[in-house]
Design a protein around this ligand. Structure first.
Ligand SMILES: Cc1cc2nc3c(=O)[nH]c(=O)nc-3n(C[C@H](O)[C@H](O)[C@H](O)COP(=O)(O)O)c2cc1C
Length: 338
């Protein structure tokens, strides 16, 4: 049996599978089920700034007014409006007390003051690390990318100063140059980068001609964006890298590790395939390592990172160059006839 243990944010994990932030981590029963299935750590669902700001307000209308700002909050968090920050911190503490695996808290806020105050309160709950979920939903034409990035970096810098526990940052892929932004985060000495958060996108029902808010989970194959950046980042930054978005089975975890990720975060697969699926993912990684004769994760981690591959363009191709240069006949023949 191979040794799947790995390090992430200075924490020793028994394997590279972390349950990403979601409502699953809000239930002690589900956290225990995740622990039993072999998940190595959990990220507790985010404390949203809107929870803080609107704690004592009548929430329904205000939440709709805030709709544009918190892309991940409305509807995929139907119960969030009932939970204020105090209740959130209480639950977080309870989860930490009821599990033996590391618990990472998550904070999702926009204004500096609220971040710092709540980051400190989160730290006091005894959690093992803090993850900041950064996102920017454009709504004003006049804000430049530089301003938006500087605002985010300023927040991270202040929070890094305010807490002692390890700090990781979950980002979206929507930067002109994610590598540059990640490098700036690395210079601020954050302990980890999570690639990537998945924002809630609006949807329209054409029969009713209205907006709808479907429960949106990732689809199989969505991991490839994270794979590209894990491959580009491996060996280039000090921060650990957690790949997230669309990782569904053990073979996909292996791919991300080969590209150079240190860990993975999973949510959709736990919803779609049930929590117990995590144990199957672990067995799949184990079998692959045994088959290949790898004893530990470091034996193969990053073997296919850009830095270690002979093809310098493997992570840089953005278009279907090969297909354009080669006969499209071959490609057509690979697809079944309608
Ligand atoms: C029901 C649900 C709740 C979520 N809650 C949070 C959250 O509180 N904070 C956060 O940063 N991400 C949240 N996410 C996003 C996930 O942590 C993750 O980034 C995203 O689902 C992509 O990973 P996946 O493809 O494995 O699902 C949530 C996702 C779902 C489906």
């Amino acid at each position: 049996m191979a040794d799947l243990s790995t390090n992430y944010l200075g924490l020793k994990l028994k394997n590279p599978i972390i349950a990403g932030a979601s409502n699953l981590s809000a239930s002690i029963e589900k956290v225990k089920a995740m622990e039993k299935a072999g998940v190595a750590a959990i990220v507790y669902k985010s404390l949203f700034e809107e929870q803080i700001n609107l704690e004592s307000a009548e929430l329904d209308e205000e939440l709709e007014a805030y709709n544009e700002r918190h892309a991940e909050m409305i509807k995929i968090h139907p119960d969030i409006k009932h939970a204020g920050p105090k209740e959130h911190l209480m639950h977080l503490k309870k989860v930490k007390e009821n599990t033996t695996i590391p618990v990472i808290a998550s904070l999702n806020a926009i204004y500096e003051e609220t971040w710092i105050e709540y980051a400190k309160m989160i730290e006091e709950t005894g959690v093992d690390a803090l993850e900041i979920n950064l996102y920017h939903v454009p709504k004003k034409f006049e804000i430049t990318s530089k301003e938006a990035e500087e605002n985010q970096l300023k927040i991270v810098k202040s929070i890094k100063k305010a807490v002692k526990i390890p700090l990781s940052v979950k980002i979206s892929p929507f930067y002109s140059n994610p590598l540059n932004f990640i490098q700036q985060l690395d210079h601020l000495k954050v302990d980890g980068i999570i690639l990537f958060n998945r924002l809630f996108e609006p949807e329209i029902d054409i029969k009713e001609e209205k907006h709808i808010f479907p429960f949106n989970l990732s689809n199989k194959g969505d991991y490839r964006l994270a794979l590209r950046y894990a491959g580009l980042l491996h060996g280039q930054i000090n921060a650990d890298v957690a790949a997230a978005s669309g990782i569904f089975d053990g073979q996909e975890v292996v791919k991300l590790l080969l590209a150079g990720a240190d860990t993975v975060q999973v949510v959709s697969t736990l919803y779609k395939n049930k929590i117990e699926h995590a144990s199957q993912m672990i067995s799949q990684i184990n079998s692959w390592m045994d088959e290949k004769g790898y004893e530990k994760i470091d034996d193969f981690k990053g073997n296919l990172a850009r830095k270690n591959t002979k093809d310098p363009f493997v992570y840089l191709r953005a278009q279907y160059v090969d297909i354009l240069l080669n006969s499209s006949e071959k490609l057509l023949n690979n697809y079944p006839k309608p």
